[in-house]
Design a protein around this ligand. Structure first.
Ligand code: SF4
Length: 697
């Protein structure tokens, strides 16, 4: 084991215990299972059956149904019977919060129960209590007493269990001792897991969900480390980002959290929580898993995502980690220290480089796709919050005046022709530069291609040979060299991460732009590719800028697809062209990793049988009036039972508190209770105004 996974330099799934859920095996290198949760009222048997069937037919291998009280738990029986009668055998999971008696009924009916250790025994009062060691031990005894009956039932009935911690609903006991931290999340699950092991019950899956992918990733990594240190073995992991929201942002957030962990070889089952119909979550899960499907079951290796040619390509090996081990902390975020060159690196937020090189002749109107709109009447450029900082144009010099903040990256031959060297900067491969130097006389060597202020130097990390490391030295700490890392290695995330480890080892502080090209086809596939490849590195503090691109074939395919609704039924491609789609995706990734905030953040629950209003419609309505509030985090939660706890670090909350009633929060504090839903959005705007969080659209 390397720190928290099998390997940090190649793809190896973590060995976990095998768990049986009805007829389904999970963990121990079984395929990564896909699941979702119904949103119907559990007491509406036929609606729940019909929705479950839609989910199963879409590919769900497990279906979770909420059981908030004994009534709903009992109603799982007719639901299960009807599904079995119609020939659907997918295991069912009862979702339990607060109600052990409902869990004890459900565990006799369905194949798996999910308990939340934050509220199974404890009632949350948001109180900070000082616990002595004796008080704490007494609390653990209380857990044992309350939790053991459920374990015994699960053992008798062969029922599996998920101990599912949520960042937003940690108990007051855990909060008092560990705070709102990944370690607190881990300990919350471990308290329950130790009780289960003492009873020799092992049919257990664990989850550590949070709406912030960074917290979630750290918590899963810490959980693996903790389990391994304490038990010398690991239980299977259910991965998910909770309250991820909808549309593009929901997919990006989910792919960053889930994808980062899958790249580490962690994860035995996944659920993507979207504020959309549950069957729409399944294609997103499948798209996330596609990266790992080729050969994963036979030899536990991935092939290069989406690139059929690369299956035959022999990637070079990624060097082992240095003997001194990891030079960064994978359990705690810290941005890699760099010096600044222009607006890249140092304390600057990561920059966005937009690739316009596939446009045949770039006109001023094309810059609208990357955030710059020219206003003829005022002869000025309007710059949006999501405006790219640099454009890469390849061989093209632009024959019009550029917006003041925008700069252009071109190939060296074109850079030499550019008149304004304060606006144009060269990009070249480290390899070709080093080779070209060999043919020059010593006195010429300092002049070749190098801008005196800013050069972009590309490294194709461990794609073809190991020489990248020696080339690195040629540019190390050169005060004009911004590195650009990409990789065609089939373990591309690991390859680029290994280069960062080398930079840390050698104390090289040049800023780095992360580059990735997607060779997938649909909007969802591209989003997931970008979010996984870039998000996984940003979460570890690596990267001072990002540049997303596409292979020519993918670009042409996407360019002709903008009028079509993609497979998930939602048309992200309402962006008018690939450049706009890619630019918006870049800013969404930076927002989801909290590396650069450019828009409002929405934390909306996926809804379930507890939901008290139409979440999808309400989320869309709130989004339409608040989407200009950069940096404000707004939670939209379906119920008052879990909503306030689960909305994590939202600044404001809109929570269903009864039929037709909404309660509005500022942080965790109730500000307006039981507002009529007809006027609740207006009241939310008033609340934003009263707290100086509102600006005119
Ligand atoms: S917050 Fe949303 S998903 Fe969670 S229990 Fe309440 S309604 Fe269901």
């Amino acid at each position: 084991m390397q720190s928290y996974c099998e390997s940090l330099t190649e793809f190896k799934r973590l060995a976990t215990r095998e768990v049986r859920i009805g007829g389904l095996l999970l963990g121990n290198f079984n395929p990564i299972r896909v699941q979702t949760m119904t949103t119907t009222d559990t007491m509406d048997t036929m609606a729940t059956v019909e929705q479950s069937i839609r989910c199963i037919e879409a590919g769900a291998e497990l279906v979770r149904i909420t059981a908030p009280s004994k009534r709903e738990a009992e109603n799982l029986l007719p639901i299960k019977n009807e599904l079995r009668k119609r020939g659907y055998t997918a295991p069912l999971v009862a979702d339990i919060h607060f109600t052990p008696n409902a869990a004890e009924i459900a565990a006799r009916i369905v194949e798996k129960v999910r308990v939340n250790p934050g509220n199974y025994v404890d009632k949350k009062k948001f109180e900070i209590i000082e616990y002595s060691d004796a008080d704490y031990a007494e609390e653990i005894d209380r857990i044992r007493e309350r939790f053991t009956p459920l374990i015994k039932i699960c053992k008798d009935y062969g029922t599996a269990m998920r101990i599912g911690t949520n960042h937003g609903s940690l108990s007051d006991r855990i909060m008092s001792r560990y705070g709102d931290t990944p370690m607190g999340m881990v300990e919350s699950a471990m308290e329950f897991l130790r009780v289960a092991r003492d009873e020799a019950y092992h049919n257990i899956v664990l989850s550590m969900k949070a709406s912030n992918p960074q917290v979630m990733v750290q918590a899963y990594r810490l959980l693996v480390k903790t389990m391994f240190e304490e038990f010398s073995e690991c239980y299977p992991l259910h991965l998910g980002v909770t309250e991820a929201g909808d549309g593009e942002d929901g997919r990006v957030k989910s792919a960053i959290g889930i994808g980062t962990l899958l790249e580490d070889g962690l994860g035995d089952t996944i659920r993507v929580s979207l504020t959309e119909d549950p069957e729409l979550e399944i294609p997103v899960c499948r798209d996330i898993l596609k990266r790992y499907e080729s050969g994963i079951d036979e030899d536990r290796k991935i092939e290069r995502p989406g690139d059929t040619n690369s299956v035959q390509k022999k990637s070079s090996e990624i060097p082992d980690l240095p003997a001194s081990g990891l030079s960064y902390d994978p359990f705690q975020y810290q941005r890699r220290e760099t010096f600044a060159i222009d607006n890249i690196g140092g304390r600057h937020v990561p920059v966005v480089v937009a690739d316009l090189s596939k446009l045949p002749a770039i006109r001023p109107g094309d810059l609208q796709s990357v955030g710059y709109t020219y206003d003829e009447t005022t002869d000025k450029w309007n710059i949006s919050e999501a405006a790219a900082d640099y454009v890469f144009t390849g061989n093209q010099l632009l024959d019009f005046e550029l917006p003041g903040t925008l700069k252009v990256i071109v190939y060296p031959e074109n850079w030499q022709l550019a008149k304004d060297k304060t606006k144009y900067f060269p990009i070249y491969y480290a390899r070709s530069y080093v080779q070209s130097l060999k043919s020059l006389k010593p006195e010429q060597k300092t002049e070749v291609f190098f801008s005196s202020t800013l050069n972009f130097v590309m490294f194709d990390c461990f794609s073809k040979s190991k020489d990248d490391l020696s080339w690195l030295e040629k540019f190390a700490n050169n005060p004009t060299a911004v590195f650009c890392f990409s990789s065609e290695n089939r373990y591309s995330v690991a390859a680029v991460r290994r280069m960062f480890i080398e930079l840390l080892e050698r104390k090289i502080k040049n800023p780095v732009i992360l580059i990735t090209d997607s060779s997938w086809q649909t909007g969802d596939e591209h989003l997931i590719h970008f979010a996984t490849e870039i998000g996984a590195l940003l979460l570890d503090g690596f990267g001072d800028g990002i540049c997303l691109g596409m292979t020519t074939k993918s670009y042409e395919h996407l360019a002709t697809s903008f009028d079509k609704v993609n497979a998930s039924g939602r048309n992200y491609l309402s962006n008018s062209n690939p450049e706009e789609f890619i630019n918006n995706t870049a800013f969404s990734i930076l927002q989801a990793t909290r590396a650069r905030i450019s828009k409002t953040e929405y934390i909306s629950c996926p809804s379930c049988g507890r939901t008290l209003f139409d979440l999808q419609e309400t989320t869309a309505k709130i989004r339409s009036v608040t989407n200009h509030l950069k940096g404000v985090k707004i939670a939209i939660m379906g119920c008052i039972v879990n909503g306030p706890g689960e909305m994590a670090d939202a600044d404001f909350g809109y929570v269903g508190s009864g039929p037709g009633k909404i309660t509005l929060y500022k942080g965790k504090d109730v500000m307006k209770r039981n507002v009529n839903s007809e006027v609740a959005v207006e009241e939310l705007i008033n609340l934003l105004k009263e707290n100086d969080a509102w600006v005119a659209p």
